[in-house]
Design a protein around this ligand. Structure first.
Ligand SMILES: Nc1ncnc2c1ncn2[C@@H]1O[C@H](COP(=O)(O)OP(=O)(O)O)[C@@H](O)[C@H]1O
Ligand SMILES: [Mg+2]
Length: 255
């Protein structure tokens, strides 16, 4: 049966093989009153694919932002590959975000007047890291945008833009990719391609992916699904089917 919160015993770090993401008792409150995350604990093994679901306003984006170091928890600990984020100063946290974390937004956030290639390499160039041209070529081909590299990003279809954004998120070979509703703005066909791509990255490159979605079909492509509710991980489905998730979400909406 699915567990509610993950048991604390499952959250002990093996220092020789740290999880890609470990969150321990993470709380986030706004204005000292509104508790969005209430002691959330979560462990995501390397090379696994976790979906995060839950009603609007249940804290999915907040969870992702705290996990990715884009936002700081009010209390609790977040480890990326064994490194605890709150112990880093701002410069080191920025470097960790840049080198070890990828983020994919619903709205792609590409610069429309730059080429696809310029968009993909921009974060690397800003950080002064040498671009590994072979890897970038492989990545563009794998993501399916190889022939589009010289095109201006603004001229791409929505699905192509999201693939370019995924390539950008992977350029620095991050340990974890966080994706917040990556298919939310796509037509069903493009959404399917983007989901296939994310799943293939997990299967072929042992990439770790944490994806927020409200589509049960999308979540069912992941290995496991955490459902947020009441500031907690209300349910954890280890290997859900789309039908099982759809039933659970319908149940949440009607109770
Ligand atoms: N910067 C903020 N200041 C105050 N409240 C916020 C802020 N960001 C998010 N919230 C609140 O936190 C709750 C969860 O938001 P969010 O994580 O975006 O939920 P979800 O992604 O599940 O829709 C919402 O009630 C939202 O209004
Ligand atoms: Mg959100």
């Amino acid at each position: 049966m699915p567990t509610m919160q993950l048991p604390q015993t499952a959250l002990r770090e093996d220092p020789t093989r740290p999880a890609a993401l470990l969150m321990r008792e993470v709380t986030k409150t706004y204005d000292g009153a509104h508790t969005v995350l209430d002691r959330v604990s979560l462990q995501v093994p390397r090379g696994s694919f976790l979906a995060v679901m839950g009603p609007a306003g249940s804290g999915k984006s907040t969870l992702l932002h705290c996990a990715a170091g884009l936002d700081s928890p009010t209390s609790g600990e977040v480890f990326i590959g064994g490194t605890e984020l709150s112990r880093l100063d701002e410069a080191r946290r920025t470097a960790l975000r840049r080198d070890r974390i990828g983020f994919v937004f619903q709205s792609y956030n590409l610069l429309p007047s730059l080429t696809v290639e310029e968009n993909i390499t921009l974060p690397l160039r800003l950080s002064g890291a040498p671009a590994d041209r072979r890897w970038l070529g492989e990545l563009a081909d794998r993501v399916g945008i190889g022939p589009l590299l010289r095109r201006r990003a603004g001229r791409l279809s929505a699905g192509q833009q999201q693939k370019a954004a995924i390539a950008r998120s992977l350029a620095a070979r991050p340990e974890v990719v966080f994706a917040d509703e990556p298919t939310g703005a796509l037509d069903p066909g493009s959404a399917d391609e983007v989901l296939d791509l994310l799943r293939d990255l997990v299967d072929e490159f042992a990439q770790t992916v944490v994806m927020v979605t409200h589509d049960p079909d999308a979540a069912a492509r992941a290995h496991a699904t955490a459902v947020m509710g009441g500031g907690r991980i209300d349910r954890y489905f280890p290997r859900p089917t789309a039908l099982e998730l759809a039933r659970h979400l319908t149940y949440l909406e009607t109770t």
